[in-house]
Write a protein that binds this ligand. Structure first.
Ligand code: ADP
Ligand code: MG
Length: 345
């Protein structure tokens, strides 16, 4: 660690460490164009910290490592993420750069369109580098969860991602969600960089629509044989996971979608939770779908996951009953048995 890096005294080993940029998010108080929305409600956003928050809410130990400004928005992120039970002691503060923020509009019901205005260029998180992160805390987890967003933030962030995905003995299980964001890469070869980083991970999550234009899951696996586990998400259709010579496909659940944001992060959290518990491939996918369904049926990006015994019971259904499940708003809080009614033909 460098002299100006954060100090740490033997960080505790947690189930999952998630590293990445989190931002204060401003959600519109009414629908309409960004130009017309008069006020916004504050929330928190950040793909990797979302994963940490869902995992903590699901009963795992989780740490978020990031960099925020020495400002009120930075205080809010640390406090709000910490309030989920996530360890935030290794988050560093940047006295020269601000916390990133963004504003969004409501999704237009007819077209799904919405606007997002990011104020993240030059953010504290974009200054993350191997020299100013608490690498002991980053490595003190059973799983290290990363995403392709970080690689797009700056040259220093890309270098950090290359370091963390470099294969070496004794490292944590490295989980990588591709999360290709074309707007962050502009004219750079984002897809090429993301493929190279994915090759260094142990567990890779990728949406079929961002999977290098390769086509279906088998083609993606053929192009990316290195990760022990590869999960290709196929939106509302389902997801396919490869683990060594094994493959499994699990259809997604039928859900009443309230807000699509955060589903990918919740899916990763569910899959990682089941991985940590040593569950078989099919059940890892089912827990991913269940956590995603919790996010999809709630208005906020960060929905409370179902209780573990409830999730286990649903994950154990036979294929027909799984196919008949219908999950709507509030299902994670509803009485036990509420979903049993809907699965009676
Ligand atoms: N229409 C849908 N119906 C049911 N589940 C869905 C639907 N869309 C997404 N999901 C669930 O959310 C997961 C993540 O979806 P994805 O589109 O990959 O999210 P993101 O774009 O946020 O990464 C899927 O694997 C699936 O479990
Ligand atoms: Mg995603």
């Amino acid at each position: 660690m460098t002299a100006n890096g954060p100090t740490s005294t033997a960080p505790g080993v947690v189930d999952v460490v998630a590293l990445g940029e989190s931002m204060v998010t401003f959600l519109p108080t009414r629908p309409g164009r960004l130009a017309d929305v008069p006020s916004f409600d504050r929330a928190i956003g950040g793909a990797e910290s979302n994963v940490a928050c869902v995992l903590a809410a699901a009963g795992h130990t989780a740490r978020w490592v990031g960099r925020v400004g020495a400002d009120g928005f930075g205080d809010h992120l640390v406090e709000a993420i910490g309030a989920y039970g996530v360890d935030v002691s290794a988050v560093s503060r940047d006295t020269a750069r601000p916390t990133g923020v963004y504003f969004r509009t409501a999704q237009d019901r007819a077209t799904d369109a919405h606007e997002v205005a990011y104020y993240r260029a030059g953010s504290a998180a974009s200054a993350m580098s191997a020299g100013n992160m608490d690498l002991d805390a980053v490595h003190a987890g059973r799983v290290l969860h990363l995403s392709g967003i970080t690689a797009a933030l700056s040259a220093g962030c890309l270098e950090l991602m290359r370091l963390l995905t470099a294969r070496r003995p004794g490292r944590p299980l490295v989980s990588f969600d591709v999360n290709h964001r074309p707007g962050l890469w502009r004219d750079r070869d984002g897809l090429g960089v993301l493929l190279e980083l994915a090759r260094g991970a142990d567990i890779v999550f990728v949406g079929e629509d961002e999977a290098w234009g390769l086509g279906g899951p088998e083609a993606v696996r053929a192009a990316l044989p290195e990760p022990d586990v590869l999960v290709v998400k196929q939106g509302g259709t389902g997801a396919t996971a490869f683990h060594g010579p094994h493959a499994a496909f699990v259809p997604a659940l039928t859900v009443d979608v309230v807000a699509a944001v955060g589903a990918g992060d919740a899916f990763a959290a569910g899959f990682l939770s089941a991985t940590l518990r040593g569950l078989p491939l099919r059940d890892r996918l089912r827990h991913g779908h269940l956590m995603a369904a919790a996010a999809l049926t709630a208005p906020s990006d960060l929905a409370a996951p179902p209780a573990r015994d409830r999730a286990d019971r649903l994950a154990a259904l036979d294929d027909d009953a799984w196919g008949r499940l219908r999950l709507g708003p509030g299902w994670t809080q509803a009485d036990e048995g509420a979903d049993e009614e809907v699965r009676t033909p």
